[in-house]
Design a protein around this ligand. Structure first.
Ligand SMILES: CC1(C)CN=C(N2CCN(c3ncnc4sc(CCF)cc34)CC2)S1
Length: 489
């Protein structure tokens, strides 16, 4: 059983970030499992005190001493902790027989949370992810509801109920073998919630939202990593509260060093983003963290996750490493090409739209103003990766009920491709490789393993890659130059 132990209470009152770290370390390193309700309430109180309007005003007029926090008294935590336990236990009997949860139990816990939320509120607001928000404001965001259900089940003694995470949704797994699944929260805008149902077996299972049934299935300690990842340092649209950011970074390092981020690519990516802003002495550099997130996704989730490549691509882009950014984005596109686009996939659609219509055009603009020989416009592997990037999006659309591309995509696409001179394009050597069985096919779910793309520094794209390109790419490349298919032409 988890619980607010005397050894935890001894750490209070907590006056600085180090005190919070001690509490989390104590909860994570002790044999019994970490108490999700306790840690979510503590993280929520600290975030609220340091990002509320009064905190912002305070920061502006009296710079408080570094790493200090408003004093966290045990009473503040205990009142909320007991309130959460009484909400749960007054509605649902604790698990005296220590038996696995049932679908009915999970649905009832979800109903307790769901029915106690404020009737209508702006769901996308910041700081609605923690039990502090739930207990003091009766508001939770989509992730927050799923997390609260898992924390509620833990409080009731159902330790088989765990958080399952895709890149834009959260649900729970439960049962004797942890193989039962259930929706417990809503997703997106204007969609009827599917709470209580098991996770899509139908068309939705081919959408990115359910990551081809390769979600991050959390242990208790990974659930702590999820609540830490969900800490939101934003003070307003343009500023972050420095102490909250630092606390999140230190807590992520604690979880990283204890090995609890190994199977959690997005948490590693979040740490990478924080490290890029302010690197911590003696830690692996952010570039390596982004590579580790990719390795984790390839190793544990069959390379079905997109975000590890967009974390890395964003890093390269911000640091003007444009050739590398193209490769990361082409790799992201190789993931999405095997999914069918569904209306639940807006978040990743917006991600690819921004890359294709904002970031790549910006790179083209700054690169075509200079004439340096080292310009990416002279590099065939950049052209090859751009084709791979666009082709993946085209193939994502193929076989989907909802179209992806529209005229808004074509102009930047043609603009980009035509920035490469024909002599550069001609170096993209299309090798006519008739290995039919290697052909990419979404139908039977096979696709190129990476060695089907001869390493791009020889800029080899095998013809079957090109014949597998979406017609619009073929038309475009043909329009650019008939040379592309016959380099000796
Ligand atoms: C490359 C990026 C655009 C930068 N930030 C990104 N994210 C920020 C952090 N995100 C996350 N970080 C940790 N865990 C989770 S679980 C989840 C689905 C809702 F529950 C999202 C998410 C989502 C993705 S992707």
């Amino acid at each position: 059983m988890a619980g607010f132990r005397d050894s935890d209470k001894a750490l209070f009152p907590i006056k600085n970030i180090n005190g919070i770290l001690q509490l989390f370390r104590h909860q994570l390193e002790n044999a019994r499992e970490p108490d999700l309700a306790l840690l979510s309430i503590v993280a929520g109180i600290v975030e609220s005190k340091l990002t509320s309007r009064s905190a912002a005003a305070l920061q502006l007029c009296e710079p408080i001493e570094p790493n200090s926090l408003p004093v966290l008294e045990i009473h503040d935590v205990q009142v909320l902790y007991e309130k959460f336990h009484s909400i749960m236990k007054s509605n649902i009997d604790p698990n005296k027989s220590n038996s696995p949860a049932t679908r009915d139990l999970v649905k009832r816990v979800s109903d307790v949370i769901w029915n106690s939320l404020t009737r209508s509120y702006y769901k996308d607001k910041a700081h609605l992810q923690s039990l502090y928000s739930y207990l003091t404001g009766s508001k939770l965001d989509c992730f927050g509801v799923a997390f609260a259900v898992v924390a509620g089940c833990q409080a009731l003694g159902y330790n088989d109920v765990h958080l399952a995470l895709s890149e834009d949704h959260a649900w729970v797994v439960f049962g004797e073998h942890g193989t039962e699944t259930a929706e417990v929260t809503w997703h997106g805008k204007g969609n009827e919630d599917k709470r209580g149902q098991e996770i899509g077996k139908g068309v939705s299972s081919r959408s990115w939202l359910y990551v081809n049934n390769k979600p991050v299935v959390c242990t208790r300690k990974m659930e702590v990593a999820a609540l830490v990842s969900a800490i939101n340092p934003s003070l307003n649209a343009t500023h972050d509260a420095y102490e909250v950011s630092l606390l999140q970074q230190e807590l992520l390092w604690l979880l990283y060093d204890l090995g609890h981020l190994k199977k959690y690519p997005m948490a590693i990516g979040n740490l990478g983003d924080l490290e890029e802003i302010s690197p911590k002495e003696g830690k692996v550099p952010c570039k390596v963290l982004f590579e580790e997130a990719i390795y984790s996704a390839r190793n544990y989730y069959n390379n079905q996750h997109v975000y590890p490549y967009t974390y890395q691509g964003g890093y390269f882009y911000r640091n003007k490493m444009y050739k590398e950014a193209f490769e990361s984005w082409a790799n992201a596109s190789d993931v999405i090409r095997l999914y069918n686009y569904s209306r639940d996939d807006e978040e990743i659609y917006k991600e690819f739209l921004e890359i294709a219509n904002e970031l790549i055009p910006h790179i083209m603009k700054v690169e075509s103003s200079g004439f340096s020989a080292s310009s990416i416009l002279k590099k065939p592997e950049c052209f090859a990766n751009l084709l791979r990037f666009y082709d993946g999006i085209c193939q994502w659309e193929e076989g989907s009920a909802t179209p992806v591309l529209h005229i808004g995509w074509a102009k930047p696409l043609v603009n980009t491709i035509s920035k490469f001179d024909s002599d550069v394009r001609a170096q993209v050597n299309i090798i006519c490789d008739k290995l039919e069985e290697d052909k990419m096919s979404k139908k039977n779910g096979t696709y190129f393993n990476n060695n089907n793309y001869a390493s791009l520094n020889q800029t080899n794209l095998k013809e079957k890659d090109l014949t597998n390109f979406h017609p619009s790419i073929e038309a475009l490349t043909a329009a650019c130059s008939e040379k592309i298919l016959n380099p000796e032409y």
